[in-house]
Design a protein around this ligand. Sequence first.
Ligand SMILES: Nc1ncnc2c1ncn2[C@@H]1O[C@H](COP(=O)(O)OP(=O)(O)OP(=O)(O)O)[C@@H](O)[C@H]1O
Length: 325
Amino acid sequence: MTTNEHEPEHELAIAATGLRKAYGDRTVLDGIDIRVPAGTVFSLLGPNGAGKTTAVNILSTLIAADGGEARIAGHDLTAEAQAVRAAIGVTGQFSAVDSLITGEENMLLMADLHHLPRQRGRQVTAELLERFDLTEAARKPASTYSGGMKRRLDIAMTLVGSPRIIFLDEPTTGLDPRSRHTMWQIIRELVSGGTTVFLTTQYLDEADQLADRIAVLNGGRLVAEGSPEELKRLVPGGHVRLRFSDPAVYERAATALRETTRDDEALALQIPSGGSQRELRAILDWLDAAGVEAEEMSVHTPDLDDVFFALTGNPVASTDKETVR
Ligand SMILES: Nc1ncnc2c1ncn2[C@@H]1O[C@H](COP(=O)(O)OP(=O)(O)OP(=O)(O)O)[C@@H](O)[C@H]1O
């Protein structure tokens, strides 16, 4: 597994070493290291209670760690907490949206908090409401917004301060599939605009979709870190399955291809493969060279669920099991 060890310090949006936090005798973070290059998405993945929110709270200066150190946007977390706060935005599980006032008023309030001149505040508010498809609802109380609209408003409010680094703590928990995809799109746009995103999630598909690097938090430690592809490679079991209809053709293929596992009943052959284009092409070339044609070809790659299970021994939260908070 690769690390970013040789990355120059100034290109790291987040560089944390040995972060520790305990509540009483319960150790929540047992010395974790996190390095997030600027302009990338880092996902901290873990089950309920793993300590994801605790990590976000520490890195965003909301609570103090018991040990370890961190630099955020080049500033020391404890000695330069004010500078850290100026560089980051945090959208937590408990929304900053005030339901009693309108979306627009919430935005203007944020603009005031960031000391934007009135005219500029109105302009930024209008732009962000438009960008997050909230213009129509802007003058309605936020209490009338759907869950997805509230999350969008929450992120829009975070962006008023133009943060370079955004912490998104479980941004899609409780959202329906469509709103989740809208949120993913928003996150992708933020990143293409140069923002660094620190995303916590208990959904493997979300980390898979969005993250450049994923760290798996379990029992207070990072039990694995890497790109989604690197993590998937930790789990063997990827293969290509070829099914034939003619037993004679099946036999010819079984002889021509190496390293196959036979399923004589189904007339199917299984070939270990990571599913890359090159590997698939090689299999097709072998088949062509042997002059055989498969009825059906399918690629099976292990997904992050398999990885998570292999690493932690825990079943994972699935997207259709929503967490009740
Ligand atoms: N202020 C606190 N006092 C005592 N224990 C706490 C406190 N805050 C968090 N914990 C405990 O620390 C552990 C980690 O909590 P945390 O909220 O960081 O987990 P999480 O990974 O974000 O989980 P979730 O997905 O449920 O939000 C939990 O067991 C929680 O009960």
